[in-house]
Design a protein around this ligand. Structure first.
Ligand SMILES: NC(=O)c1ccc[n+]([C@@H]2O[C@H](COP(=O)([O-])OP(=O)(O)OC[C@H]3O[C@@H](n4cnc5c(N)ncnc54)[C@H](O)[C@@H]3O)[C@@H](O)[C@H]2O)c1
Length: 508
């Protein structure tokens, strides 16, 4: 399906944060764009904001003055809805209210005629419900941009129950022609990103609640071992806890209280206290002038005279540690086994979702210390470890010394199922898998959405493939057994793939 020709006029209704950004994107792509808002002041402010933004790029030498002027000229302020009659596509970005949006779409249907495509930028309302009061619901589609629209690449193209597939395809092609990365999703609560991302926040909040680690340590681990740009606590401080908590509550309610989406009492307490994050000067961290960010928990230097490390069996995703051992001057001795590292008195293993204390007993592993997943063990600068209750202190020291020898800072955590990065990835994968299972989106679109919408270092489904077949399913099964909670139930699709020994993108 072809993108809309640049001769087609676009209209944007609502000139706030999102509407003006979307108008800028369409105008930059060469369309004339009507910009309408119930407040003429908002239109003027929106257009002035766009001009200012473009001027900044001219000043930096990234844009020609003539091109910036042409973009601004293509934005046509409108003071009446009736002025949008000649638009071929109207994108609505007004207040998040079902009835108000339905009323505006009803008026637009009459004003713009039968051929117009109507699109909504709603984050949380059902496209199906928005279309239910229209004469031609098949011509309504979700076109969900991310904030700030001119910068964020992702556009979720949302199909309501009545949306014409061809209309969705045309909007998908148009978003691509505008330089965006579009994905398809059916109209379900949270679409892709706002659903699949929930565990990123939820698992760290849970770990904090169980006193496994403090926010600054969990943030550092997700950044330095997980390669996420920001940790969940600093990110929610930036988003605003009122906004993030409201999205979590709305997804939880929309899925009829599915415990997978259960909001956190810790975040609620922050909202209740008015500690909304950066904008309030206080969230998990203080933003008062001169306030210093607390340092993540990092083990003090431990020395060990050991120069040999025994690698028993295949370390799986962690096998690049071998090269790092050699580079650090350790003698690496490989032998048969079940994926263990023996260093000094310590037995080290990658978490499989069980607590170290439990696994030590179940597998008869003396002095067990578990380590967490890293996105890339060859470059990771920090790793979490958790020792079993019965592990001797000397063995813990050897485990810390091992990673330190490789130049990796170590954050020792309380023994909890799945540590931090592994547990977060497992739950992100689980949510993505369920979205695929339920036909919300394809596996490729789930991954693309998480990368383009939230800058994830990798799509969770491709990332879990890299861990090896069945690994994430095993981790989740073990976490679920530890908690005995529905929240950790593995998606049927993950279970199926584990038995079939296939990945989301890889075959056995
Ligand atoms: N802010 C975000 O991060 C974000 C991201 C994606 C999607 N969205 C969605 O985009 C939409 C707009 O959000 P925003 O953040 O730009 O809000 P905003 O408050 O910045 O702007 C909304 C604008 O709509 C105007 N408006 C309200 N009712 C109107 C009506 N009946 N007719 C014409 N104009 C009207 C207001 O005057 C205001 O200028 C919402 O549906 C929101 O859920 C927001």
């Amino acid at each position: 399906m072809q993108a809309l020709d640049t001769q087609v006029k676009i209209a944007v209704v609502g000139a706030g944060a999102m509407g003006s950004g979307i108008a800028q994107v369409a105008a930059q792509a060469g369309h004339e764009v009507f910009l309408f808002d119930q407040s003429l002041e908002a239109v003027e402010k929106g257009k002035a904001g766009i001009a200012k933004q473009l001027q900044r790029r001219v000043d930096k030498g990234k844009l020609q003055q003539a091109d910036a002027d042409a973009v601004v000229k293509r934005i046509l302020p409108a003071s009446q809805l009736s002025e949008l009659a000649s638009a071929g596509l109207v994108i609505e970005a007004i207040v998040e209210n079902l009835e108000i949006k339905q009323k505006v779409f009803g008026e637009l249907e009459d004003i713009c005629g039968e051929e117009v495509i109507l699109a909504t930028n709603t984050s949380s309302l059902s496209v199906t419900a928005l279309g239910s009061t229209l004469k031609r619901p098949e011509r309504l589609v979700g076109m969900h941009f991310f904030n700030p629209a001119p910068i964020m690449a992702l556009v979720e193209v949302i199909l309501g129950l009545a949306t014409d597939q061809k209309i969705a395809e045309q909007i998908h092609a148009t978003a691509a022609a505008w330089g965006k990365k579009p994905v398809y999703a059916t109209s379900t609560p949270g679409f892709i990103v706002n659903r699949v991302a929930r565990p990123f926040y939820a698992e760290s909040l849970r770990l904090m609640q169980e006193q496994v680690a403090e926010p600054q340590t969990l943030d550092a681990l997700l950044r330095e071992a997980g390669n996420f740009r920001m940790g969940p606590f600093e990110l929610t401080d930036l988003i605003g806890h009122d906004v993030n908590y409201a999205v979590t509550c709305s997804v939880f309610d929309a899925y009829y209280g599915d415990f997978r989406f259960q909001p956190s009492l810790i975040q609620k307490a922050l909202v209740d206290a008015g500690r909304l994050g950066r904008k309030a000067g206080q969230g998990f961290y203080s933003y008062a002038e001169g306030a210093e960010r607390p340092q993540p928990l990092t083990a003090a230097d431990c020395t060990s005279p050991e120069t040999q490390v025994l690698i028993e069996g295949d370390l799986g995703i962690a096998r690049s540690l071998l090269e790092r051992c050699r580079e650090a001057g350790l003698e690496v001795i490989e032998r048969e086994g079940s994926g263990l590292i023996r260093y000094g008195q310590a037995t080290l293993a990658l978490t499989d979702g069980r607590m170290a204390t439990e696994r030590s007993v179940a597998d008869g592993l003396h002095n067990l210390v578990l380590f967490d997943l890293a996105k890339d063990y060859a470059t990771a600068t920090r790793i979490a470890v958790a020792a079993a209750e019965q592990t001797e202190e000397a063995a813990v020291q050897d485990a810390l010394a091992f990673f330190q020898k490789l130049g990796i800072a170590v954050s020792p955590l309380e023994d909890a199922p799945g540590l931090v990065v592994m547990r977060t990835l497992a739950m992100l994968t689980n949510e993505g898998a369920d979205a695929v299972l339920q036909g919300v989106a394809s596996a490729a679109d789930v991954d693309l959405a998480m990368k383009a919408g939230l800058n994830y270092p990798e799509g969770p489904l491709a990332w879990s493939d890299q861990l090896g077949q069945g690994v994430v399913h095993q981790v989740l099964t073990n976490i679920q057994q530890s908690y005995n909670e529905d929240r950790y139930r593995p998606s049927l699709l993950l279970r199926k793939k584990a038995f079939a020994k296939t990945g989301f993108f890889t075959q056995n």
